[in-house]
Design a protein around this ligand. Structure first.
Ligand SMILES: [Zn+2]
Length: 267
């Protein structure tokens, strides 16, 4: 069987006719002996053992490294590869430059799945993360880019789409409230405030904080927040002025915010 296959493959290769190859590939799509099948556990073990043995030898590792560097590639194979690439460029005129190549790759669902599978559980190196972060920061520093991005996000269509994607049952947090919430603190939000916590005290704290959200500096929609989350602890050292945007942030990472707010009011 194998030799026959190899023979036909060689023949078509020699013909070098795109059409023939295309037709064959279509003909064999999903029909190949191996389509949808995997090696048995035993075979996989044998392959893996062989590979491990091969790569345990530093000589082999060096060999492989050189091979991938292209130093061992023969002239013929180099030319062949160049031809294949050139043909590919011709057929994909849009793919100019690395970025375009990657974009083209990512158009295919299969490629995306493959890449995502290969990257699963892997983390970027610190250097790479820093590079990416720096390039994004540089982009956002230019007014044109900022305007473009903000405009792009503001279109009615996109807003609608986003809201549809994450509303109701589609939202990851759907139905996760009360005791099911990771931020559940025993129902303290339903507890009453202490009697000292009145308009006078609130005005006093706002005054102390210069009528500004101590997190972002706005003077609109101000609330008084209990730093230790205890509504009965109405000491001035436990109260801070926050706006309605910054206040909800304190519901995550409580320990972090307690420390932060304590520092802020002691400034
Ligand atoms: Zn704020």
């Amino acid at each position: 069987m194998e030799t026959k296959n190899q023979k036909t493959e060689k023949e078509t290769d020699n013909l070098l006719k795109e059409e023939v190859r295309k037709k064959l590939s279509e003909l064999y799509k999903g029909r190949s002996l191996f389509a949808g099948r995997k090696h048995s556990k035993k075979t996989r073990k044998i392959i893996s053992d062989k590979l491990k043995k091969y790569f345990s030898d530093p000589k082999n590792r060096e060999n492989m490294r050189l091979k991938h560097l292209g130093t061992i590639r023969s002239k013929e194979s180099k030319e062949k590869q160049a031809q294949t690439l050139n043909r590919w460029w011709k057929n994909n005129p849009k793919a100019k430059g690395r970025k375009a190549q990657v974009a083209l790759l990512m158009q295919s669902k299969i490629n995306r799945a493959k890449i995502s599978a290969a990257l699963k559980g892997k983390k970027h190196s610190k250097e790479h993360s820093a590079k990416v972060s720096a390039s994004i920061k540089a982009k956002w520093a230019t007014p044109e880019y900022r305007e473009k991005m903000l405009k792009a996000n503001r279109t009615e269509e996109i807003r609608k789409k986003r809201s549809e994607l994450s509303s109701g049952e589609k939202n990851a947090m759907f139905g996760i409230c009360g005791e099911k919430s990771p931020n559940w603190c025993g129902g303290i939000s339903k507890l009453p405030y202490g009697f000292e916590f009145d308009d006078n005290l609130k005005a006093l704290i706002k005054n102390r904080d210069n009528n500004m959200c101590q997190e972002c500096g706005t003077n609109k929609y101000l609330h008084i927040h209990h730093i230790d989350y205890n509504k009965l602890n109405n000491q001035q050292s436990n109260l801070i002025t926050l706006c309605r945007r910054c206040n909800p942030k304190a519901n995550f990472n409580r320990e972090y915010w307690i420390e932060r707010y304590k520092k802020l009011i002691n400034k």
